[in-house]
Every structure is written in structure tokens, then in C-alpha cells.
Design a protein around this ligand. Sequence first.
Ligand code: NI
Length: 254
Amino acid sequence: MLFDTHAHYDAEQFDADRDEVLGALPGAGIALAVNPGCDLPSSRAAVALAERYDFLYAAVGYHPENCAPYRPEDLEALRELAEHPKVVAIGEIGLDYYWEENPPREFQQQVFRDQLALAAELELPVIVHDREAHADSLAMIREFPQVRGVFHCFSGSAEMAEELVKLGWMVSFTGVLTYKNARKAVEAARAVPLERVMIETDSPYMAPVPHRGKRNDSRYVRLICERLAEIKGVSFAECARVTRENGKRFFGIA
Ligand code: NI
């Protein structure tokens, strides 16, 4: 049984068949999944879905790409949502310098900082999105040494992954591990002890080979687990067990 630690089932790509897809997951070997929010409506939708599916948990937060409408008073709404027993993290939050049309860097940093402070206050882990912002992301999490988190869809170097492990953080890998040009992600996965690794689909995005370019869903986390097992030189069953236990420990799921 597998734990998909990052999947966006509130995304519009699932509007036509959301319940069909989610309903089929436990029968397809998916034990657990976490649905992070990207803004307030998406965080509310994530919590509503988690209420309906036992295996599904939620995180709440403002994604850097979606943070333009953020106002400091939104922290109160996030705080209220985070009280829900199925909310296991603040996320996804972070920095994205890739898209030019994203909110200005200084604003992204303010939103990230506010949500790191909220996580510290609520003693919740964080799910970090870092795209083309490695140095600033590392600097910002260092401002909150009491906060633990995961860098999801990890795209940094092996050295950065080792640095995160030293800070007590986790590193999470997607279907990128299965791509032919994935040298950097593979090197990072090699550098990190398996006890600090989680796996995720980032559905509906990032489908692993041979589904690359199509809509992703949690069933395909199996392909990521297979590839990670190969990279780490362990059996599929061992890789599935360890990454599942890592996720449960990280998110505090009994
Ligand atoms: Ni995501």
C-alpha cells in the first residue's frame, strides 16, 4: 500500500470524474493521500474532500503562484481551517521565480514568511514549493528553525537535499524521477537517506513515464516508487513501506 503525499484533487482537471477517481484509489493500492491547498477556496475544497474520503488528508495555504489575492487577515481563515482534524500541514507555500507573471518576489516572500509563522504557531509541518528559488527558500526556512517541512517535487541539487536533511527536513520526489533527463533529481534521491524521502504524484500534473503529458492520478505513484526502489537498491515492498511510514510520521497520521 502506497502513500501519495501530494495530489490536487480539487483541481478542475478532475471536475468531470473526481468521485470516480477518488473512489477507485483504495482498491488500487493507495493507502493514504494528502491534498494541499493553493489559495483559500482551494484549501476549503481540499478540506471538504478530506471529510468525504477516509484515506484523504488536507493541507491549507497559499501557493506562491496563486498568492496575489492574499491579505494578512487571511491567516485567520487558514488558522480556522487548520483546526480541522484532517488538516495535517500548511501548504503548499513557498517561492516560484520561474513564471514572470507570478506575484513580485518580495510579496511571495511576505506570504511565505507569514505562513511559516502560522505553522510555527500551530506546530504543523509545511509543504514547500520551490521553483528557481533555492537560495531564498533555504534562507527563509532558516528564519524558522522550529518549523519542519518537506520540499515537494524537489528540484535542487544533491548538496541542497543533504542540507535539508541536516536541518531535519524531508525531500519529496515526483514522476520527474522517471524522466530520461532526470539526472539531477536522481542524484538528489541517491544522496538522501530513504528515511527522509517521500513520494508524490503532484496530480494532475507531472505524470510519470509512460503517462507523461497525460492527466496524473495517485495510482501512478506506484511507478515513482518502482523507480525510487531501483535508485536506492531496495525492493519495491521495502520502498513502499518506508516512504509510507515516513509520510505518516511527518504528517502525524496514526
Ligand atoms: Ni502541488
